[in-house]
Design a protein around this ligand. Sequence first.
Ligand SMILES: Nc1ncnc2c1ncn2[C@@H]1O[C@H](COP(=O)(O)OP(=O)(O)OP(=O)(O)O)[C@@H](O)[C@H]1O
Ligand SMILES: O=c1ccn([C@@H]2O[C@H](COP(=O)(O)O)[C@@H](O)[C@H]2O)c(=O)[nH]1
Ligand SMILES: [Mg+2]
Length: 238
Amino acid sequence: MWRRVTSVSHLTFAHKSTVNKNACTFKCWESFTTEIPRKEKTTYQRAKTPFITFVLGGPGSGKGTQCMKIVENFGFTHLSAGELLRREIASNSADGIMILNTIKEGKIVPSELTIKLIQKEMELSDNYKFLIDGFPRSEDNRKAFEQIFGAEPDVVLFFDCPEDEMVKRVLNRNQGRVDDNIDTIKKRLKVFTALNLPVVNHYLEKGKLYKINGVGTVDEIYKQVHPVFSSFHFEVRV
Ligand SMILES: Nc1ncnc2c1ncn2[C@@H]1O[C@H](COP(=O)(O)OP(=O)(O)OP(=O)(O)O)[C@@H](O)[C@H]1O
Ligand SMILES: O=c1ccn([C@@H]2O[C@H](COP(=O)(O)O)[C@@H](O)[C@H]2O)c(=O)[nH]1
Ligand SMILES: [Mg+2]
């Protein structure tokens, strides 16, 4: 039998809780009878300090593509917020229709819902290094994340790319996404400028932002990304 533990803040983010020291951070399941063996804690649950990277940039700026290379080289777990939302739609969950309509309009899904999906993936993970791709999308997202997690990201990557290049890439993507059409792209670009850029500026002011020139080949761009992570002395995979 398992019981829900409402706060394990002592297990997580011990040194990073500068935002809200009383924040209710992660929930986990803990055995409280001897009938069933105690569930193994994942690396993430054991780790006092997960390493969180927010990966920001406009639609088609290359966030997902560069995340794949960071995963390959540094063993991060990649959590694309958009992908988690698309998975929620595909699973016919109660929120699926609302999420689908929000994505079609290029708008932003309520913060608590996206954070719940991210949090669930992190709890299930065996890793402690996370790339959170395409989140936070707005100051509301950012504040809600920092409130719920009681922590700020370690690194924020921002892929800076001109609009015409982003539009070209998205229209050529061919992955069957409902939002990869010119009408929705225009809306996504407006939302990006109005709501996402303030988040970028916030982390710039905090000295956490790594601005990457998002124009060039995938490898040229990755050459700027690699040193960000090697400076933290993670094990590099060969
Ligand atoms: N440097 C690049 N040069 C040309 N094409 C690229 C480059 N990087 C990525 N692409 C292509 O552009 C498209 C968009 O890239 P990607 O999916 O990585 O962007 P994204 O920032 O994750 O976009 P979204 O926010 O819409 O999910 C993909 O088809 C990808 O293969
Ligand atoms: O935190 C988030 C992330 C995404 N969305 C919605 O999903 C689409 C697609 O996101 P991608 O990062 O481009 O895959 C985005 O336009 C939003 O509508 C969100 O609401 N919140
Ligand atoms: Mg993406």
